[in-house]
Design a protein around this ligand. Structure first.
Ligand code: KE4
Length: 428
């Protein structure tokens, strides 16, 4: 594969866009090399600026669950565009997608649409703080809920339970209200509640973590968080920006059978256009402006183009819900194929998988949290990433991301990927 055009485009982009990208992970900083500039995509395939055809395993980081340029979604956007692209006024379309989303997701009465997962999670935390009149939140090291200040916090050193800013520009004051615990560690969370019994507004968690690679919850972990929140009258926020409308029609709440108090969405919900949302039972959502005192707003929230893409996507998933089983089966096939090759090698590895989320870690430690996720051999991962790219397979350019399979991937595509890995493994 050659990438002359991508490297020329990258040079030009760096003159006018910080780092040449509008989101850091696209810059290949973690894996090295030149980021691939994509020209178009269809179904399971990306076509880059150099004319290379790539099998896509990131699906735009989740949204393209039915494959790229899925006709019903494209047609919906095309026909809607002629009616006008934004009004700043309510449309019946928003009610339509809200009704459908609420019918698909358990345990929510109302939903508010925003423009990104970050906005959804930021607003959900503000709502939880408004409802409980408490200020602290608990998040988990390695979980990502978007780039709002409250979430850009890393574990404090040693016994310190509150976090410290993980980015310049985030204040110590903000960090003070974000408590950190290791994923899958219920004792650490219990300890935080003992320390701050009536100060914790909410726990926010990815019910299946996708930002450390894929890390499913340990047995009893989410149930433990549920009972701690009930005991201390805090709210449980499921960040389902990745898992929502991907693991099942009703997301992780349905698949894992746990009730959250507030659920956030993004990615699939927008059908590839900018949409986020947060939802809850009415006794929580009634606190939100203009009904209640908790303020949240957005010029393009509920944008008709984005809503039409999201509605078409949800209708497709709602009417063909066997897609979730199909995706899980394809992901299991990929898992078995990669594992059968790795088993014959001397390379230590872990493969984590749930539904259509999967990740490969080059470590002998079971990957259950941020610490074990970071114990992997990154150099080996980078060789794996570039080796597979060279074979025409586009994987997430970081060891700390989940793959997202899309339903346009054929069995042949999966087997092609496994055969590509057979060639690459000898170079690792
Ligand atoms: P956005 O603001 O990027 O739409 O959503 C933030 C977000 C919230 N919650 C979870 C669980 C997420 O995974 C994300 C964003 N995911 C990353 C991928 N790890 C988006 C890719 C990027 O940052 O470019």
């Amino acid at each position: 594969m050659q990438y002359q055009r991508s490297s020329a485009l990258f040079k030009a982009a760096q003159n006018v866009i910080p780092g040449g990208v509008n989101s850091p992970v696209r810059a290949f900083k973690a894996v090295g090399g030149t980021p691939i500039f994509v020209e178009r995509a269809k179904g399971a395939y990306l076509y880059d600026a150099d004319g290379n055809k790539l099998i896509d395993y990131i699906a735009s980081w989740g949204p393209m669950i039915l494959g790229h340029a899925h006709e019903p979604v494209i047609d919906a956007v095309k026909s809607r565009a002629d009616l006008g692209t934004s009004f700043g006024m309510p449309t019946a379309l928003e009610t339509q997608i809200a009704e459908l989303a609420i019918s698909m997701v358990p345990n929510i009465d109302k939903i508010r649409f925003v423009n990104s997962g970050t906005e959804a999670c930021m607003s959900a935390v503000r709502l939880a703080r408004g409802v409980t009149k408490r200020e602290k939140i608990i998040k988990f090291s390695g979980c990502y809920h978007g780039h709002s200040d409250a979430f850009l916090i890393e574990a404090g050193s040693g016994a310190v339970t509150f976090g410290s800013p993980s980015s310049p520009g985030v204040t110590i004051g903000t960090a003070k209200d974000t408590l950190l615990a290791p994923y899958n560690n219920i004792e650490a969370v219990t300890q935080l509640f003992i320390e701050y019994p009536d100060e914790i507004a909410a726990i926010i968690i990815e019910p299946v973590a996708g930002n450390m690679g894929c890390i499913p919850p340990a047995d009893g972990f989410l149930e433990g968080l549920r009972s701690l929140c009930d005991q201390y009258e805090s709210l449980l926020i499921f960040d389902e920006v990745m898992t929502g409308f991907r693991l099942a029609k009703g997301g992780a709440q349905e698949l894992l059978g746990i009730k959250a108090d507030i659920v956030t969405f993004g990615k699939v919900l927008g059908g590839g256009l900018p949409v986020g949302a947060f939802a809850a039972k009415n006794d929580i959502m009634k606190y939100l402006a203009p009904e209640g005192p908790v303020y949240q707003a957005g010029t393009l929230s509920g944008n008709p183009l984005a809503m039409s893409a999201g509605l078409a996507m949800l209708q497709e998933l709602n009417d063909n819900d066997q897609v979730f089983i199909r995706l899980a089966t394809k992901t299991a096939r990929l898992h078995e194929g990669l594992a059968s090759i790795l088993k014959d090698s001397k390379i230590p590895y872990q493969i984590n998988r749930l539904g259509s989320m999967i990740s490969l870690h080059f470590t002998e430690n079971e990957v259950i949290d941020f610490e074990t996720a970071t114990s992997g051999n990154n150099k080996r991962f980078n060789k794996y990433f570039h080796g597979m790219l060279n074979e025409g397979i586009y994987l997430p350019p970081s060891a700390f991301e989940s793959y997202f399979l899309n339903d346009a991937l054929s069995i042949e595509d999966i087997d092609f990927t496994i055969n590509a890995f057979k060639k690459v493994i000898n170079t690792l």
